[in-house]
Design a protein around this ligand. Sequence first.
Ligand code: GDP
Ligand code: MG
Length: 474
Amino acid sequence: MIGTPAHEFRALVLNCYWRNMFETLNDKFEKIVRSIRGKAVISESDLDSTLREIRIALLEADVALVVVKDFINTVKENILGKEVLKSIKPDQMIIKLVQDELVNILGAENQPIKISTSQMTKILFCGLQGSGKTTSVAKLANHLVKSSKKKVLLSSADIYRPAAQEQLKILAEQVQVNFFNHNFNSTNQIVSETLEHAKKNLIDVVILDTAGRQVVDETLMNELIEIEKFFKPQETLLVADALTGQDAANVAKSFSEAVNITGSILTRIDGDSRGGAALSIKSITNSPIKFIGVGEKIDNFESFHPERIAQRILGMGDIVSLVEKAAENIDQDEMETLAKKMSKGNFDLDDFAKQLKQMGKMGGVSGILSMLPGVSKAQKLMAENKISDKLINHQIAIINSMTKKERADPNLIKASRKIRISKGSGTRVQDVNKLLKQFLQSQKMMKRMKSMGKGGIPSDLMQKLQGNLPPKIN
Ligand SMILES: Nc1nc2c(ncn2[C@@H]2O[C@H](COP(=O)(O)OP(=O)(O)O)[C@@H](O)[C@H]2O)c(=O)[nH]1
Ligand SMILES: [Mg+2]
């Protein structure tokens, strides 16, 4: 998108991955939420069927069975154990407790790598063969050099594949960090020589790559335990392939029983995963997901922000990101005026045009849609209709071709006026029709969000949001 800063673009791309990954789960949760939303009383059988639906949704997303069981039990206990607060409606309470538990299994916030300032930091990598260990070692090195300017050394304890050394060496050169070149074929020797070399060269962070395991294999697992004992890492990161679903959970279990996993890196988020691994791995390893791999390139690597994903799964959209974005880019005064107008119910086409312009400022349609509730559907429609930022400009041109009266009262716009407007804006009559339809839907959506705001979203947040909602696209 032209004019979109790189970091925003990255965020948009990331949103796409999460959306794909949690699409089915999100669809199901939206349906579940809809089925209880607005109910004044929730009976025990409502609750049972809601929990059953959640259970099925999680299992279908490939979440590990033990994690699903715990999830349902915790939510149920919390619901039954809690006195229904007078100020909170039962539907909202259930949604909140489900959301809390999602945050709980994903982890509350991003957990960065702990880099010591007083001594050398040692990081050990482990995981199955082909999970993305070696690539992730280089990605993390690159991340550390860029974010903290630390002196990083990479070393490989993979004594089985000669090519493994070479692969890491090439990657080290590519990201411009130190590489420990050796020909040792004992892992103990590799560890001690690596540490010696690191001390001599005043290295801040040593990252040790290990041999892959095709399946969890006892000999190799014992070797890893030995390496851990000798190397004494502060961080032991498990690399897991998000595409392996249930399997990732089993693998994670074996590794965490053998060594002290302090965090994991989930790779291939760019692939076609159903999200199960992301939802299982923290509970199973009892340690947070710290980073995700989103492609083969070195900078296809991101910190993991669990709290934002929990909201996305529930279909509440990434409201925090939306508000942050809005606060950065939006003309506050204009927004307040719009919000006021909307609350009075006199939102007209002039306001719609302003809204479209604000949308452009916020990174375009795709960026905003991806953060809103009901995202996946809107996104699909968007792809089908080829809604683009160019279209926004067309729409603004259509509104600009209307008279002041027409903009204030779109009901005036009948056939002959539509022809005039389409000619004036260089569009077709059907484009004018489409815009008018969108405007009406936008108005409707405002009303819906407003009523949601009364209970669900704090009113100050709502105020900020109201000026920035996109039209629902159909
Ligand atoms: N699409 C995608 N490919 C990845 C990712 N991480 C690693 N790969 C690829 O997976 C393959 C195996 O990676 P490698 O690091 O050698 O795995 P290792 O055996 O665990 O060391 C390579 O082709 C990598 O480019 C990722 O996040 N996304
Ligand atoms: Mg490797």
